[in-house]
Design a protein around this ligand. Structure first.
Ligand code: EPU
Length: 337
């Protein structure tokens, strides 16, 4: 029998260390647990939110009126293929970094650039987690789970998941609760090392292995990002804006050093950290209990006891300043519930 708890504080289930209480809260370890949870929300007509590692959410100070399911469905299976590939089936509740570490130990390539990202595999599949030139979608075969509306099992192939930069079908449609993520890794070295900081760190290594990349990525992250175990944060709070290439040309006429990365046709992604640092002069900017991290201004930090409202108000101010100074409308990456 599933244990449904009431009035559970969500604060400690988030890396921001912020948030009110869940009206109902349950830990799901199996598909059967999920089915019981679905029956509960159906009988009471409650909304549902599925929580992974809580590393990319800002929970309201008023909490969540509905059922929060903490997805702890586990399982890691490596399935050797006849070709150069290995299929990796993971329970959605596995820690992404544990899965990355295990694949690196086996000297498989694909996930090493995603080292050190907090959160679960399911969460990564929802938000298409990415770092240092790799996104999880690049190695994802399919996502399986249960549709909470009718209890039916679904399997979406990569192409059906509507993946784009930090976005997917699952981000928009909460009825799909992920239970398994299937990835494909390579037995041969097939690395992505173009990211400047990574390239530099690997420069003196003759035959780069997945473990070298993991080590380098963890070092870069330690240099740039706050340690969520010590500081309340959800990593990048905003997305890097994607603007028209035409507007990018206009901007570089004024700010010649502004980096730009071509996206889909006619669009350019610009690093928000650069805009905040060099145009808005906001690097390390603090107001009360909230601040932009000194080393990486796209990251918001809870300087201690900040409320969700403090974070949202601060973020709104940043959005306004960026709009005024650059004409660009930035969007949060972190999901508010
Ligand atoms: N920059 C500055 N000043 C700074 C920091 C950075 O001008 O103080 C400029 C530099 O030109 C730098 C550029 O901003 O080259 C981009 O910075 P960085 O490489 O650190 O990455 P980012 O674009 O800010 C994204 C992801 C991170 C991911 C890194 C590495 C988003 C929203 N964020 O950040 O992901 O780790 O790239 O690939 O896309 C996350 O999603 O939570 C996250 C941390």
């Amino acid at each position: 029998m599933l244990k449904i708890q009431e009035n559970i504080s969500l604060k400690d289930f988030t890396t921001f260390q912020i948030g009110g209480k869940a009206q109902y809260f349950v830990v799901a370890k199996t598909e059967e647990d999920l089915r019981e949870a679905f029956a509960f929300i159906k009988s009471r007509k409650l909304p549902l939110f599925t929580l992974g590692g809580g590393s990319n959410i800002l929970v309201s100070d008023h909490g969540y009126n509905g059922l929060v399911i903490k997805n702890e469905i586990k399982g890691i299976k490596f399935i050797d293929q006849a070709n150069d590939k290995v299929i990796l089936e993971c329970g959605a509740g596995e820690s992404l970094d544990d899965v990355v570490a295990l694949s690196v130990i086996r000297n498989l390539s694909g996930l090493e650039n995603l080292s050190g990202i907090p959160g679960t595999v399911g969460g990564a599949a929802v938000q298409n987690a990415g770092a240092y030139g790799v996104e999880i979608k690049d190695h994802l075969v399919s996502v399986g789970g249960l549709n909470s509306d009718n209890g039916k099992r679904f399997i979406f192939e990569n192409i059906d998941c509507q993946y784009s930069y930090r976005d997917s079908l699952f981000k928009k449609n909460k009825k799909f609760v992920i239970t398994t993520v299937t990835l494909e890794l390579c037995k041969k070295p097939f690395f992505k090392t173009e990211y400047a900081g990574l390239k530099n760190k690997l420069a003196n290594i003759e035959k780069v292995q997945a473990s070298d990349i993991r080590k380098a990525v963890i070092q870069i992250r330690e240099d740039k990002l706050p340690d969520w175990r010590k500081v309340g944060t959800a990593g990048s709070f905003f997305k890097n804006p994607i603007i028209t290439s035409e507007y990018y040309e206009k901007l570089i006429a004024v700010f010649p050093n502004l980096p730009g990365f071509p996206e889909t046709k006619g669009k350019t992604k610009v690093p928000l950290a650069w805009l905040l640092d060099n145009i808005c002069n906001l690097k390390g900017h603090k107001e009360g209990k909230v601040g932009l991290y000194e080393k990486q201004p796209i990251v918001l930090v809870n300087l201690g006891q900040a409320s969700a409202k403090d974070i949202s108000d601060f973020a709104e101010k940043i959005i306004k300043i960026v709009k005024e100074k650059t004409g660009i409308e930035i969007m949060p990456e972190v999901e508010k519930i």
